[in-house]
Design a protein around this ligand. Structure first.
Ligand code: PLP
Length: 396
């Protein structure tokens, strides 16, 4: 017998749960793509995207996933043979580096392992050592969705400034925009990339590149710019179609308008950050309690370096995989598979996505189901994990 029938919960770290309102906003006949409501709505979307990123700079919208905007960011700022610094803290910054190498850009990779944020002192040492300013950009992910680490983007700007290094600062916020606190302008980020499918709660398919004046100056020299990926006409189109270098992603835009209303004009961005912080702390409390006297552990030991979007957890042996299968078959919950972890550890690892349209009962349902699964499978765990989580929720 299975208890999985009923509404399935996809608790992977993106694509995230899409609000019915977003899906309903997309359910409409094709709009006119030359004049009228869509054109007017796009201007409001651009303004609101900048509010979510806390920036007054430019944004270019692409019909693309995260890989697309990774490439767009590089194409607009780099020339073949340039060097970028990749800060490896899981899987995804390394992936950005692979795109760079594919474009003929050289990468210098500093790997901080799977369980910690980029160490700012080590980054500072690399930058101080680069006296010829060969490194053209420092590339970081704010949140690495594989390890669930959160990097200190503001700290990276400080390190660049203290070293007097002119490299651009790139931040990948694909996992965590509108989840973890972020201030593009105040933190001195030159290029930020994100996508529609996680904190923004819209189906995959829209990618965004935010860029400031220093990055746009690099665009003058870059020889990787191509007509399709060029951010200038997209950010400042003379004609509407130039926003997207062709037909607009009509229905995604309606979905995005709805989600931006929910984030900015109903809940409020700071409340959204707070909700994610509280729900994440409830999840951490449960796993930390289950871990007492056992091998169950959060992948990121330092609470300050944990994301509020996703939590990677570690179980002994293959218990993580067995538990993940049990939850899917018996409880109607799909958790995230291990990504980027050392091969020997992967069967013990899974990820809980908690970004976007997620509330207390959803998180508590996942945690309670995990506890049921551990009991059913005979996985040793400390007692009181659910109480620890509900205490966090109750304290608000
Ligand atoms: C932090 C981060 N960067 C980049 C990507 C790649 O995005 P996509 O799969 O949409 O190409 C992901 C996808 O999960 C991600 O989490």
């Amino acid at each position: 017998m299975s208890l999985a029938n009923g509404r399935h919960y996809l608790a992977i770290p993106g694509p995230s749960v899409m609000p019915d309102r977003v899906l309903q906003a997309m359910h409409r006949p094709a709009p006119n793509i030359y004049t009228g409501a869509l054109v007017e709505m796009t201007a409001t979307i651009v303004a609101d995207l900048k509010k979510v990123a806390r920036t007054r700079q430019e944004v270019a919208i692409y019909i693309a996933n995260g890989h697309g905007v990774w490439e767009a960011a590089l194409c607009n700022t780099m020339s073949r043979g340039d060097t970028v610094l990749i800060l490896g803290t899981g899987r995804f910054c390394q992936g950005w580096g692979e795109i760079a190498r594919g474009l003929g850009i050289q990468t210098e990779v500093v790997d901080f392992g799977f369980r910690a944020a980029a160490d700012l002192d080590r980054v500072a040492a690399v930058l101080r050592g680069d006296t010829g300013h060969r490194i053209k950009a420092v590339m970081a992910v704010q949140v690495d969705t594989a390890s669930s680490v959160k990097n200190d983007i503001r700290g990276l700007r400080r390190v660049l400034d203290e070293a007097g290094h002119p490299a651009l600062l790139f931040s990948d916020n694909i996992a965590c925009l509108a989840v973890d606190e972020f201030h593009m302008d105040d933190w001195g980020v030159d290029v930020m990339v994100t996508g529609s499918q996680k904190g923004l709660m819209v189906p995959p398919g829209l990618g965004f590149v935010f860029f400031g004046p220093k990055a746009d100056a690099a665009r003058e020299r870059a020889n990787c710019v191509t007509p399709y990926w060029d951010w200038r006409p997209r950010a400042n189109p003379a004609l509407y179609y130039q926003h997207f270098c062709g037909t607009a992603p009509t229905h995604h835009l309606y979905g995005l308008r709805e989600s931006l209303d929910m984030i900015l004009h109903e809940e409020g961005l700071e409340a959204v950050w707070h909700r994610h912080s509280l729900l994440a702390r409830a999840i951490w409390a449960a796993f930390e309690t289950w871990g007492q006297g056992t091998e169950i552990a959060l992948n990121i030991p330092d609470p300050a370096a944990r994301s509020h979007a996703v939590t990677t957890v570690r179980f002994p042996g293959d218990a993580g995989t067995r538990l993940r299968h049990w939850l899917e078959q018996q409880a109607g919950i799909t958790l995230g598979i291990p990504l980027g972890a050392p091969e020997a550890e992967a069967p013990g690892i899974f990820r809980v996505g908690h970004m976007g349209h997620v509330n207390a009962h959803m998180v508590l349902g996942v945690l309670a189901s995990i506890q049921a699964g551990m009991t059913a499978l005979g996985i040793t765990h400390g007692s009181g994990g659910l109480d620890a989580a509900t205490d966090v929720i109750a304290a608000g």
